[in-house]
Design a protein around this ligand. Structure first.
Ligand code: SF4
Length: 281
């Protein structure tokens, strides 16, 4: 079997905080359980909930707090959450992805100018919940045309952004729809470069002759699930796995050329294992 690995597969960012101090993260640092297990074995502990909303009771003494570090995940957080975490009395490190920081900056700027913000994304995703915190109470999350129809009248000042990991073609379609209602809307396609590249690489794999595509990544990882949906949209068989152990080798054996791609939070060692297993076939 020939195995084609997408250029963009896997980890999009290195994490800044490593070392011997106790490290806490406000929710899972990344949506990949294998990587979270690895991080835990290195002393990085996930506290808080997926959406970074609940109060944290770490039960640490003043001394222990002094030694510990609290890390903000790549998804970012709302300004309120930032103030809360900073007030916990621990060293504070912000690992918000710069691409998410740029979206937050845009939302903040336009909210200050009195704009209503429309965010294309998943209302329950921590990135979107964090961004909503910058809208000065005038934020609306949409996923479909029907959601746009259901918006209250937004007036002349409307700004639209996207969660960083959405589909570009859906964003453009919804932006056009929004512009029909609000021709003056300020629209910013804030889907990050890494996501766009991963999406276009699926098309490249199909062009290069992949008869089926293996997508590696967490089942709770929004961008991995989207990649799998994009493969299905190309009408190619899709095998979404978290690890090499989950590969359906009996089925995969049927194909001569198999493409491999992976979500943003999939570490390289998992991709290597999958590629090795497929190459053995
Ligand atoms: S997927 Fe995009 S926004 Fe998310 S961490 Fe990677 S580069 Fe940043």
């Amino acid at each position: 079997m020939k195995v084609i690995r997408a250029k963009s597969a896997g980890f999009c960012r290195e994490y800044a905080v490593q070392g011997k101090r106790p490290v806490f993260t406000d929710g899972p640092l990344i949506h990949n359980s294998q990587m979270m297990e690895k991080l835990e074995s290195e002393g990085i502990r996930e506290v808080g909930d997926y959406t970074s909303q609940t109060k944290l009771d770490l039960g640490l003494s003043a001394e222990e707090k002094q030694a510990a570090v609290m890390v903000v995940r790549a998804h970012g957080i709302s300004p309120e959450r930032r103030t809360y975490l900073k007030g916990l009395g621990m060293d504070f490190r912000d690992a918000t992805c710069p691409d998410v920081g740029i979206i937050a900056g845009k939302v903040k700027l336009y909210a200050r100018k009195g704009f209503n913000t429309v965010i294309f994304g998943d209302p329950k995703h921590p990135e979107v919940m964090g961004l909503m915190g910058y809208t000065e109470g005038r934020g609306h999350v949409i996923k479909t045309e029907a959601d746009i129809d259901a918006l209250p009248p937004l007036g002349d000042k409307v700004c639209m952004v996207s969660q960083s990991t959405m589909f570009t073609f859906e964003f453009e379609r919804l932006a056009d729809y929004l512009r029909q209602k609000y021709p003056e809307a300020q629209v910013f396609n804030t889907i990050c470069g890494a996501t766009r590249e991963r999406q276009s690489d699926v098309l490249v794999l199909a062009e290069e002759g992949a008869e089926a595509i293996v997508v590696i990544g967490g089942r709770h990882s929004a961008n991995t699930v989207k990649l799998a949906a994009l493969v299905e949209k190309q009408e190619l068989p899709c095998f979404h796995v978290e690890t090499a152990a989950e590969l359906d080798l009996a089925q995969l054996k049927k194909y001569k050329v198999v493409g491999v791609t992976a979500g943003a939070s999939t570490p390289g060692f998992l991709i290597d294992e999958v590629c090795e297993r497929l190459t053995e076939l």
